[in-house]
Design a protein around this ligand. Structure first.
Ligand code: C2E
Ligand code: MG
Ligand code: MG
Length: 697
């Protein structure tokens, strides 16, 4: 016992107090002491002095010992209290002990006091400790029971390791009641799902008798899955140090797990279409490359881009564009097999990675399936859209040995497919890179072409086959490039189409053609319609009709002397819109011809709905007219249809007298082609108009 213990003495006679203290000191008990005589003093010191033990006389002049005991028990219930008194009756002694005194020592037998003090202090000490432990245990019990996490205790001494305790949260989370599970091994939580790699971590913790944690798929009583992050800790017997139990604390991480999976999915998938994104594609490409390197097996990467998607997106809004992309993505995904990857790189760019075992054959078939699937009409809000796609294929190892090179080269090949008129696929070849560079500089130069007056129109007459009379002309665009010379439209119109430049260029063409035609008419040359080509993007530009109207007003050319040439594919891209624009142009009396007719996919019934005034038979049918009976039949059929629908019909690309002859005999009234005249600059066209007639057969 330490000397810092504090003793409060209730004693009116100081010398008696001295005797008591001396006796204690003699036995090695020293205290810091305060002495009180009155009730008030006692109350005060109980609170202020905070004694560890109280020694009290029984008979006091100011108040009696029993009252003192009552006060102390009220203020300091746990502090040992010993009476030291001269005389006392047996009854009083009993009463005092009942009242809570720890002991009673007679002044005549003071030698017993040190023992009594020691015992009382020890008792108090033990009681305090016991209370503390009990309190701690009670707290722990409540904590375990109240924990929102399931907590289980498992016996480690029984070989089956049965559950001996589960808390309330366990019941709530798993749906099993305590009665159902106590005595059972907790493996029932795994359901049928025993093949979980993380289980090894728990098994190891148990055999090695150490802490362990694992994330497990557990199943509730109703069979539903929850992710359980389980911590296990061994509990040792303090005496033998043997592990007697394991405590398991569970965390239901289903939500976090779901969130993580979601995040992982988001990180690897395109939000709009759910296809793999660039990240995941790069991953898959890495895997494919590793396998390909190891087994020396080639594989293909295909870049796919929707044709004219930008046009739909810009003119009809992103909502329609997004929905179209989603449908396109579904179709793409349906075209490949398990193990293949379809990724969206953004915009309307997709990549196909076909698993290597079916190389080439597999890729071609997949790409053909893709092209067929995409060209099916898209139905959005009861409106039909038709688009096509272009694809480029790069092969490992021929066209690149790493992901970036393969992607870049497949992209280049795709661009070539676009340049070749879209709706086709191309295999990469090394000369394409040069083309790509050229394409890029071309685009930059084109920005300046209009401003620098580098664009010129050439004109090609249209003649009446019976008489050779010039009945019209077509304006054909040329680009007089400062360093490359004359560039034909096939080379730069697609570049202009891919950017917004086409609108500016198109407006210039319409204006220039109308202005020239009007100038010739003003010079009393023959008044004939001038045909202007309009690209798909121009046709779907909402300003087209206004542009045409303004040009006609400012040039004062009569509307029937302007003809717009459109291709079927431009119309079919979004027929409703196109028909609407065409109807408005017709409403102004502008003529409209379907260019390259026969190469597109419009049906006869569709043709009836199109507000056109004429058809231009595509030159591919004219070319082999004399040799190919199929072409001859097609031309005859087109002529018949045109007559039926009361449309003008003209054949393009007429190069020989035979062709002209054939056309004439089969009812085609007009023709255009090198046989009569090549496209020529304005001054030469003027000369042709002055002549008025060209020689025919
Ligand atoms: P297109 O409208 O079908 O024009 C006919 C093309 O055939 C012209 O090629 C013309 O020069 C060529 N051609 C004419 N007669 C013969 C012939 O007897 N034999 C052969 N082999 N070809 C003949 P060009 O001028 O290179 O134009 C190509 C295409 O570029 C045009 O096809 C048209 O779609 C487009 N284009 C031309 N000018 C413009 C324009 O101002 N705006 C737009 N958007 N497109 C244009
Ligand atoms: Mg044309
Ligand atoms: Mg044509």
């Amino acid at each position: 016992m330490t000397s810092t213990l504090k003793m409060l003495m209730v004693e009116d006679v100081p010398s008696d107090a001295e005797i008591v203290l001396r006796e204690l000191k003699r036995n090695g008990l020293e205290f810091i002491v305060r002495r009180v005589e009155t009730e008030a003093e006692l109350r005060r010191e109980c609170v202020e002095f905070e004694p560890d033990i109280i020694v009290s006389d029984f008979a006091l002049p100011h108040f009696d010992g029993l009252s003192a005991l009552r006060i102390v028990r009220k203020l300091r219930p746990d502090v040992p209290f010993i009476f030291v008194s001269g005389t006392i009756g047996e009854e009083t002694a009993i009463e005092s002990l009942r009242g809570g005194a720890n002991d009673y020592v007679l002044k005549t037998n003071l030698s017993r006091l040190p023992t009594a003090v020691r015992r009382a202090l020890q008792d108090a000490d033990e009681r305090a400790k016991r209370l503390e432990t009990e309190e701690a245990l009670r707290l722990r019990d409540r904590a375990v029971e109240a924990s929102v996490n399931p907590i289980v205790i498992v016996s480690a001494t029984d070989p089956d390791m049965p559950l001996v305790y589960v808390n309330r949260a366990f019941e709530q989370v798993t749906g099993y009641s305590r009665a159902e599970v106590i005595g059972c091994n907790s493996r029932f939580l795994l359901g049928e799902d025993h093949d979980q790699p993380e289980l090894d971590k728990i098994r190891r913790a148990i055999t090695e008798q150490c802490d362990g944690q694992a994330v497990l798929r557990n199943y509730r009583k109703d069979g539903s899955l929850f992710w359980n992050k389980l911590y296990v800790t061994p509990v040792r017997d303090p005496r033998s140090n043997r592990v007697t139990h394991f405590v398991g604390v569970q965390y239901d991480v289903t939500e976090i797990k779901g969130y993580q999976e979601e995040l992982e999915h988001q990180a690897n998938h395109d939000a709009l279409t759910g296809l793999a994104n660039r990240n995941l594609l790069k991953d898959r490409l890495r895997q494919a490359l590793a396998l390909a390197h190891r087994y020396k097996r080639p594989f293909d990467l295909t870049f796919i881009d929707l044709d004219n998607f930008k046009l739909i997106n810009d003119s009809l809004g992103h909502d329609i564009g997004d929905r179209l992309l989603k449908i396109a993505a579904e179709r793409l995904a349906a075209c490949v097999q398990e193990g293949d990857t379809v990724a969206r790189l953004g915009g309307d760019e997709f990549v196909l990675l076909v698993a290597e075992q079916e190389h080439e054959e597999g890729t071609y078939r997949a790409v053909q399936r893709v092209m067929a699937a995409i060209s099916q009409p898209f139905l959005i809000d009861q409106r039909e859209f038709k688009i096509t796609c272009s694809a480029g294929i790069a092969s490992f190892p021929r066209d690149g040995e790493d992901a970036d090179t393969l992607l870049r080269n497949a992209d280049t090949a795709m661009y070539r497919a676009k340049d070749l008129g879209r709706n086709n696929f191309q295999l990469y070849s090394s000369d394409m890179n040069a083309d790509l560079g050229e394409r890029l500089t071309l685009e930059t130069d084109l920005w300046n072409a209009v401003k620098r007056n580098e664009l010129v129109l050439h004109y090609q007459p249209k003649v009446e086959l019976k008489t050779g009379r010039i009945v019209g002309m077509e304006a054909l665009l040329r680009w007089r490039h400062p360093t490359r010379g004359m560039i034909p439209p096939g080379k730069f119109i697609p570049v202009a189409e891919a950017s917004s430049l086409i609108t500016e260029i198109g407006t210039w063409v319409i204006n220039e053609a109308c202005r020239n035609n009007k100038a010739w008419q003003d010079d009393n040359l023959r008044a004939v319609p001038i045909a202007v080509n309009i690209s798909a993007r121009q046709l779907h530009d909402k300003d087209l009709v206004d542009t045409v109207r303004t040009v006609l007003q400012t040039t004062r050319l009569r509307p029937e002397h302007l003809e717009i040439e459109l291709t079927e594919s431009a119309v079919m891209m979004h027929p409703e819109d196109a028909i609407n624009t065409m109807a408005r142009l017709r409403g102004m009396d502008v003529r409209i011809a379907l260019d390259d007719f026969g190469t597109g996919y419009s049906s006869l019934s569709y043709l009836k709905r199109l507000p056109v005034t004429g058809l231009k038979i595509d030159q591919s049918f004219v070319r082999d007219l004399a040799f190919d009976p199929d072409d001859a039949a097609i031309v005859r059929a087109i002529v018949a249809v045109a007559h039926e629908l009361m449309l003008d019909v003209i054949a393009e690309g007429v190069e020989t007298a035979e062709q002209a002859e054939f056309l004439k005999t089969h009812g085609c009234t007009e023709a255009q082609g090198y046989y009569f005249a090549r496209p020529v600059p304005a001054d030469q066209m003027r000369a042709l108009l002055e002549r008025g007639n060209l020689p025919v057969v």
